[in-house]
Design a protein around this ligand. Structure first.
Ligand code: SF4
Length: 245
């Protein structure tokens, strides 16, 4: 059976069976202890990290760099990021010695057709995320069996019940920091003297596109500044299947 004849249900079934085996083998592990066998043994050359190079990204990228700095790192360049994020991406990549940064952009023809004025984020943020994040990620992950995210349960909303290993859209998705606390993340920054995103000290605790991110007030949840007032809390790349996939 060739990949083109494998339908989505078959892929999901296989991913789910593989998740069961991975959970049985690696239950209880997280952080680098979970990543090392997955990168080296389970998915050699077939696993990538997806990073926003946001407020806490350096912790996950540091873990990955210590295990295998040639692990592909996918950055979704939506065209709407803060310039500080783009500069931080370069700083962190160089500092950690990451050797395979992959900058993925939206399809230019689709962007020109669907968002000619660049304001789709305001009128249809779900469609904008689909155009600028979901579809480019789908392209970037073709050829990979698994991908790694930096999501944590303490970030709340849909992330509250996050598992360290899950099946998503026919692939294995690994969340090695899912059970980490905010204090543990901060301790990891301090222990390795990791660089901070320059906007953190301005009050930005979760950083996405400039058009859809504001800094948070004291007492607010870290992600309260994402899509504030737009009734949206996730971009769509973390749902099991994209909104119109
Ligand atoms: S976060 Fe905002 S600007 Fe970025 S892709 Fe989503 S809707 Fe568009």
């Amino acid at each position: 059976m060739t990949p083109s004849t494998v339908d989505r249900d078959d892929l999901d079934d296989r991913a789910w069976r593989r998740v069961d085996r991975l959970k049985a083998n690696y239950a209880g592990l997280d952080g680098g202890a979970l990543l090392a066998p997955l990168i080296h043994r389970e998915f050699p050359g077939r696993i990538a990290v997806v990073s926003s190079f946001g407020a806490e990204a350096a912790v996950l990228l540091h873990l990955v760099a210590e295990i295998e700095p040639a692990t592909p790192v996918v950055f979704l360049d939506t065209g709407k990021h803060f310039p500080e994020t783009l500069a931080y991406r370069e700083e962190v990549t160089a500092r950690l010695g990451l050797r395979d940064l992959r900058i993925v952009t939206p399809d230019p023809l689709a962007a020109a057709h669907l968002d000619p004025l660049g304001i789709l984020w305001r009128d249809g943020p779900d469609h904008c995320c689909h155009l600028r994040k979901v579809l480019p990620l789908k392209r970037a992950l073709s050829g990979f069996d698994a991908w790694i995210t930096g999501r944590k349960r303490y970030q709340g909303d849909a992330r509250t019940g996050l598992e360290t290993v899950e099946a998503a859209d026919g692939r294995i998705r690994v969340n090695p920091l899912a059970r980490w606390s905010s204090d543990r993340v901060e301790a990891a920054f301090a222990a390795s003297d990791l660089p901070r995103h320059p906007m953190v000290e301005e009050g930005y605790r979760s950083i996405g596109c400039a058009t859809c991110t504001r800094c948070t007030a004291p007492g607010e949840a870290a992600r309260a500044g994402r899509w504030a007032g737009l009734g949206k809390s996730e971009c769509g790349i973390h749902w099991p299947v994209g909104p119109s996939a």
